[in-house]
Design a protein around this ligand. Sequence first.
Ligand code: NDP
Length: 514
Amino acid sequence: MADKPTLTTSAGAPVPSNENSLTAGTRGPVLMQDYQLLEKLAHQNRERIPERTVHAKGWGLQGTFTVTKDITKYTCAKMFSEVGKETEVLSRWSTVAGEAGAADAERDVRGFSLKFYTEEGNWDMVGNNTPVFFVRDAYKFPDFIHTQKRHPRTNLRSPEAMFDFWAAQPESVHQVTILMSDRGIPKNPMHMNGYGSHTFSMWNAAGERFWVKFHFKTQQGHEFYTNAEAEKLIGKTRESYQEDLYNAVEKGEYPKWTLYIQVMPEEDALKTPYNPFDLTKVWPHGDYPLIEVGVLEMNKNPDNYFQMVENAAFSPSNIVPGISFSPDKMLQARVFSYADAHRYRLGTHYEALPANAAKAAKVNHYHKDGAMRFFTNDFGNPDAYYEPNQYEGPVADAGAQEPPLRIDGDMDRYGNPQEMDDFTQPRALYEMFTDEQKQRLYTNYAQAMGPCSKGVKERWFAVLEKVHPDYAAGVRKACEELDSDVNAVPITSETATDAEEVNTAPDTVKAHAE
Ligand code: NDP
């Protein structure tokens, strides 16, 4: 056998034993000076970092993005500067609600995050496998997530809370329809699309801005599990996605997605019947067709999951010249909250960790001390630690500034003005489903809503009624059939029994009915 390397302390000194504690005599107690034993146990106690509040369970791969079509008329981002250009990518897919040990094949939205290590710095596309989201205003986000997590008293997930909240936010019906459809349990991340979901912007070398949506379409085809199939699978393995992804890559079966963009000229944003910056809306393909851009191929399992996937910190705030934000209220909030979550979860200088560090660009900033300051940025001169300075320290590049954007309007809290029709787009989706897909949609609802009180069910049926009477009738019938099959007990605290008495739609639902 080849000579093995010497085991050392974390300070680099050789370790005399990794099995036998230092004791006073053969039967004696352990000595305090056996510091490597203390070190080993202390490290074990620190092997976990706070798990993500959302998207805690995830799976990641490394790979490459290759440009196949010229989109330089829309963007000056260098990663899109020529056909054939390749950019290194890190991906992380995830479920939203479950904790880090949750089963993979659960009905949930999936996160679809990509970090492009471009020559101009990292661009993060922090999306989902759905083109829309449950709410359009970040004020509602923490409450929404509370309904997805455990009930404070029962410590169980609460369908009562989920549907109570959704029924009071009819804008959620688009996303809930997708969640309850076949796409609510993709077979694994290889068989689902990724969407940037928000509206972003691109600008070109001439300074023209375009509003843009990103779509990563699976080349493996859409595949899903029914509830029954997923239950059976979870009985066998809770790690089906990790197994599928890891094994596919080890076998050389690299998953691929085609990137398309939808492009809206800047001035169109004032004319569309829907608010193009509303995260609960798509842009119909008929109005804004998909434009092919390139291919994403994920072809490497990270050598160390924790280092590359658990430590990965994706944030929509990471943009590069040629790509930027939009007035989408949810995006504006995520620009702050994702980076802030990483500062809390990983530490001040989380972007210096290998998963997050720019690879193709030189990082030059004046942030100073704090946790994980294990890099130097003295730019060759220790005097250049502030800016402006008389030395050779880095300076801003005005060329990276996006073109000016005219913003108009009175400062106010706009809520749900009339223009926000929350039912036309989910209706288009519902009408696209085949009879079999509709039947599965109804069944999935019935199983999800089984434990809900009658009051909450009625309020949700009232929302579905506005999407399509057949949709409401189908779900109602499936719920009734399930109720007569099993004696469903609401899994909530005592509030669930009270809720049975509440059979009236909340004000927000009434407002939409008028
Ligand atoms: P299209 O017929 O051009 O597109 C329909 C879209 O629906 C396709 O992108 C298809 O994705 C997607 N789709 C099919 N089944 C499901 C499902 N169970 N859950 C989510 N998406 C699904 O029509 P429009 O562009 O006019 O949109 C009609 C409706 O389709 C929208 O109201 C919206 O609900 C939904 N949709 C629209 C998207 C868009 O960006 N325009 C994107 C995704 C959904 P695929 O091609 O991958 O099969």
